[in-house]
Write a protein that binds this ligand. Structure first.
Ligand code: ADP
Length: 550
């Protein structure tokens, strides 16, 4: 029997229509050097129609790709709405990619137009000539007219000013009917070996994922909220926060390029978001800033979603106990749209247990299934103890990569296993659907055949008062194959020795798990999306660049 229900398509255009018609008074506040600028969702309604008309005028047709090279700001949001709603595909370029990777992804996606922020013109211009499919560059932002447009023109592309294009464009657009399974947006994963790999989101996956992020077990969003996505809109759609906010009519606070703790904290006190999302390193910086400025309160925030890498319990505790900021750990990947689980503890547990659960990668959201798989591909029980690779599936999990290169096809296909995505993350799953990760497969430390969790060691080290950051990697060892090397950044004004840190760890770890090599560094190297870059640490060690204490 088929249902009697109507078959309206789940599209980004539906989110656009809803937010403009039902929440015209919601606002988008974008940070500027000395304050902010604000546009209402009603204004976005007309501006997104003008943007779609303008892009059509530049020849954007069918499922052509429109790339963005932008911070989190209102113009980027306009592209988020207009591009997928006109049937084209939004390709958010990661501004922190290495130049060759940036050129690779633009060519691989066959971008036709690039919308670039005025403040990023200098970063894009040197690469533009090599982006062979790009024909038009549109410069957005309050200072677009005074940007170095000649540096863009010298690449031979046609250069336009965003506001001029919008002013000249039709204020209405004949939005097409869209099939919810068609492509809406694409994003390339960054941290892997070889070329970045493309993930193509459908309208349906974006819509369902946004609903999941709105849900009570996740963000619990309503139109009373104000949402501050600190995680970039060029990284896994800012965790779906922009679409989720608009779906619920919540206002958006956009930090643009002001991501350092001081301007960010100022923006929070002025724009008063209720919910934010960002990686642990950002919140660690915010914590240092708040500790150093005791009068500053971020009391508008009711919830911070944090993920992208393990969120130390010590960080969550410090933010909550010293500054009243509630942090929840989330787990996900570009391939999973990205949010798949969230660390809300189960009912009825003691305070100690609550903190333990908050240290996990969280409880699965409805829609996402997970399992743990052993090296021999057998499925292990979800018993909170059996460790293996995490595999996930669901309507907002990718089923393949976009057109992998011939030479990388096999590797790309090997990321999928009987319809499940192999996450490359290692850990266990418990009876209640909580994921606990101990490592990424490529970062595991195997000492004498036993696994040592780098994540557990890092969390314990970062809980020490004198430690600002710590990253633990495997180094080769003749006897044990691999042993842990701890790289530690000491907090300003503090001092600590390797012996003291070993003693600190010895309370929670077996002797054979303790790092026997230590290095004290100024900062932990980061990837393009701000995560600890362990590849670089391993290379520095191999090249003898680190001063190691044994
Ligand atoms: P990249 O490969 O560029 O890091 P993603 O941003 O998609 O790409 O990263 C996804 C990975 O980030 C996950 O596979 C996992 O290793 C890590 N990650 C995300 N959230 C968490 C978390 N809460 N705890 C530990 N690791 C996490």
């Amino acid at each position: 029997m088929r249902s009697t229900m109507q078959d309206d398509q789940l599209t980004i255009d539906a989110i656009r229509r809803h937010v403009v018609a039902v929440h015209p008074d919601g606002e988008v506040v974008t940070a500027t050097a000395d304050g902010s600028r604000t546009r209402s969702y009603a204004e976005l309604g007309e501006r997104t129609s003008r943007l779609a008309s303008a892009l059509r005028g530049l020849g954007v047709d069918g499922d052509q790709r429109v790339a963005t090279f932008q911070w989190n700001n209102v113009e980027h949001l306009e592209a988020y709405l207009a591009v997928p709603s006109m049937g084209a595909v939004l390709h958010t370029l990661n501004i922190r990619l290495f130049p060759e990777q940036l050129v690779y992804v633009a060519n691989h996606a066959e971008d036709h137009v690039v919308i670039v922020d005025d403040s990023l013109v200098g970063l894009l211009a040197p690469q533009l000539g090599e982006m062979t499919t790009v024909e038009h560059v549109v410069v957005a932002g309050p200072d677009a007219a005074s940007a170095d447009l000649d540096s863009l023109r010298s690449s031979g592309k046609q250069v336009h000013l965003y506001e001029e294009l919008l002013a000249a464009a039709e204020p209405t657009f004949d939005w097409p009917e869209i099939d919810e399974r068609d492509a809406a947006a694409m994003c390339y994963t960054s941290g892997t070996t070889g070329n970045p790999k493309g993930v193509v989101y459908s309208h349906r996956s974006a819509y369902l994922h946004s609903m999941a992020v709105c849900g009570g077990n996740t963000g619990g969003l309503s139109f009373e909220d104000r949402v501050l996505p600190i995680v970039p809109m060029f990284h896994a759609n800012a965790w779906g926060l922009p679409y989720s906010a608009m779906m619920s009519g919540a206002s958006l606070c956009m930090p643009d390029r002001w991501l350092q703790a001081e301007p960010l904290v100022r923006f929070v006190t002025e724009s008063r978001p209720t919910l934010s999302g960002g990686v642990p390193t950002v919140w660690n910086d915010v914590l240092q800033h708040l500790d150093a400025n005791p009068g500053t309160r971020l009391d508008s925030l009711r919830l911070v979603l944090c993920g992208g890498s393990a969120v130390p319990v010590s960080l969550q505790q410090a933010l909550q106990e010293r500054h009243g900021i509630m942090v929840r750990q989330a787990w996900g990947m570009t391939e999973t749209s990205p949010v798949a689980s969230l660390g809300l503890p189960p009912l009825g547990c003691s305070e100690e247990e609550q903190w333990r659960y908050r240290g996990t990668q969280g409880r699965l959201l409805c829609g996402v299934s997970a399992r743990i798989v052993a090296d021999d591909q057998s499925v292990l029980p979800a018993d909170g103890a059996s460790v293996g690779e995490l595999e996930v599936r669901g309507p907002w999990v990718t089923a393949s990569y976009y057109r992998p290169e011939e030479s990388e096809r096999e590797e790309a296909e090997a990321k999928f296993h009987d319809g499940w995505l192999r996450t490359g993350d290692v850990g266990h799953l418990d009876e209640l659907g909580y994921i606990s990760l101990t490592d990424r497969a490529k970062d595991v430390i195997k000492s004498g055949g036993e696994w040592i969790s780098s994540v557990d060691l890092e969390n314990a080290l970062m809980a020490h008062d004198a430690v600002l950051e710590a990253a633990v990697v495997a180094i080769p060892d003749e006897k044990w194959q691999e042993r842990p090397l701890a790289s530690v950044v000491v907090r300003d004004g503090a001092s600590v020795t390797a012996d003291e840190l070993r003693e600190h760890l010895a309370r929670d770890f077996a002797k054979w798990q303790l790092p026997d090599a230590w290095t004290f560094i100024d900062e932990v190297p980061r990837t393009s999306v701000g995560k600890f870059d362990k590849k670089v640490l391993r290379r520095r060690f191999a090249d003898g660049e680190l001063r190691v204490e044994q």
